[in-house]
Design a protein around this ligand. Structure first.
Ligand SMILES: [Fe+2]
Length: 80
């Protein structure tokens, strides 16, 4: 049997916010993992790995900021 998640007032008005929130949770997880691996690379003196992880971490942070903007714009269309 298929069950639906309960939908509350604001979620009903902005159903895509759940998807944005889920994507943002993934980004936050990735940011923590890449941050840890970056610290390890620094400790181990792996400069090439460090450079690649810095670049990847910056991409994840940029995606997180974009998702925040999408969510804020969805809630407040006048901000878009
Ligand atoms: Fe990501």
């Amino acid at each position: 049997m298929r069950r639906r998640l309960p939908v509350h007032g604001e979620q009903r008005k902005h159903p895509h916010l759940l998807g944005i929130a889920a994507a943002q949770a993934v980004e936050h997880y990735e940011i923590t993992r890449y941050g840890t691996m970056l610290a390890w690379a620094k400790q181990l003196g792996l400069s090439q790995v460090e450079d690649l992880l810095k670049e990847t971490l910056a991409e994840e942070e940029s995606t997180d900021e974009l998702l925040s903007e999408l969510a804020e714009d969805a809630i407040n269309p006048q901000a878009a």
